[in-house]
Unconditional design. Structure first.
Length: 380
């Protein structure tokens, strides 16, 4: 298989030491007590990364399992759940709520803007009877970023448990779980963390654990029942055999992040994200989002007459680059440049911009300003 340069908003490029970690000889993760310590320490590293003292658990399954596990464990039949929706993942939370018998109350806002805090505050003054609320930090299909630092404390002031999908933001955007009062924050291995796909992890507050434990009815499902994980360390028991090789790789990916320092990593994303957006605008392209940009992905509208399929094919055939369109209501309308984790590097973003410009000009769109030089100027 010829491997392309992967510039999708997840999965991302995986560093060599992370890839090699998966090839290490392993023990039996169920029976060897050393692994319980290894797992616990890895969870603690993730907790430090998320600025939380809450318990962290790593589950075997990619990001979607994290979303489903949070909803499965919290939702009882008839529970009212507030679903904050300004994007495809935001809206999608409603499906999980409904599968587990909850009533999803939608709070849908302009999809080209981050959720307005004052308006949400007004809404909550009259409607606050919810067991929990779901929020997406960066809604990846559009690249909109929601200010969870303000949204979550607001929800908590009404006694609502907060569930944040930060799969596509954490590592590239600041996330302070305890300070921002996030009961469940969930992420995945394959975005800014830059490990291969296959793992999700969640930080779970005491209040969220209590809400799961003091239910009237039992949790539907086994794989997504978070209470099974509560005392794994004391009992030296996992609900199923842990994917030890994946966790060893995730551990190295987390160590890479701490070697760079999380705050430096966030700064790097900010600088590159801003420079990418400015470059595309000056080139004459239209960004999809109007307010609230995530520094992990940039989404621009395809110029009139250029087809998504042809655009992607040209980049792959001529430049060996795998890039992403979008899906749902954005299908065929936009192109997404993922600059997450290992891909948020000046040389890599320069290469994708060079190729995008070449592709645009091939299809008859002449940029107003050379993209690579504009981009590099912004980095100085
Ligand atoms: C990637 C992602 C997930 C995980 O789902 P995938 O199946 O990998 O797309 C969940 N939420 C968000 C916001 C994501 O970007």
């Amino acid at each position: 298989m010829k491997t392309p340069y992967v510039f999708t908003p997840g999965p991302t490029e995986v560093k060599e030491n992370v890839r090699l970690a998966r090839a290490m000889k392993t023990t039996n993760p169920d029976l060897d007590e050393q692994f319980y310590d290894f797992y616990k320490e890895t969870c603690e590293k993730i907790g430090k990364f998320l600025h939380t003292r809450n318990e962290v658990r790593i589950l075997c399954g990619e990001g979607i399992l994290g979303l489903e596990a949070a909803c499965a464990s919290l939702t009882e039949k008839g529970d009212r759940v507030l679903v904050l929706d300004n994007g495809i993942f935001g809206e999608g939370f409603a499906d999980f709520v409904k599968i587990y018998g909850g009533e999803a109350v939608m709070y849908s806002t302009d999809r080209q803007k981050s959720i307005d805090i004052e308006e949400l505050d007004k809404f909550l003054q009259n409607h606050s009877d919810f067991k929990y609320a779901t929020i997406v930090h960066c809604d990846t299909p559009s690249g909109v970023l929601n200010d969870v630092s303000k949204i979550c404390p607001l929800l908590k002031s009404k006694g609502i448990i907060t569930v944040v999908d930060s799969v596509a933001a954490m590592g590239g955007e600041e996330l302070r779980v305890d300070e921002w009062q996030i009961d469940i924050a969930l992420g995945a291995s394959q975005k800014c963390i830059s490990a291969p796909p296959g793992l999700t992890f969640l930080s779970i507050s005491e209040e969220a654990f209590k809400a799961m434990e003091y239910r009237k009815t039992s949790i539907v499902g086994y794989y997504s029942n978070l209470t099974l994980w509560k005392d794994y360390y004391k009992n030296k028991w996992f609900p199923y055999t842990m994917p030890i090789s994946d966790i060893m790789a995730l551990r190295v990916a987390m160590e890479n992040i701490f070697e760079e320092k999380p705050e430096n990593m966030i700064r790097r994303h900010k600088i590159l994200g801003e420079a990418t957006r400015k470059t595309l605008k000056e080139a004459g392209l239209e960004l999809y989002i109007k307010k609230g940009y995530s520094n992990t992905v940039t989404v621009f509208e395809l110029p009139e007459g250029i087809e998504e399929k042809a655009f992607k094919k040209f980049l792959l055939d001529k430049h060996n680059i795998l890039i992403s369109g979008s899906f749902g209501y954005l299908s065929g309308k936009v192109i997404r440049i993922g600059h997450m984790g290992e891909n948020a590097k000046a040389d890599r973003v320069s290469y994708i911009l060079y190729a995008v410009q070449d592709c645009l000009s091939h299809f008859g769109f002449q940029v107003k300003k050379d993209m690579v030089s504009t981009f590099l100027n912004y980095l100085q």
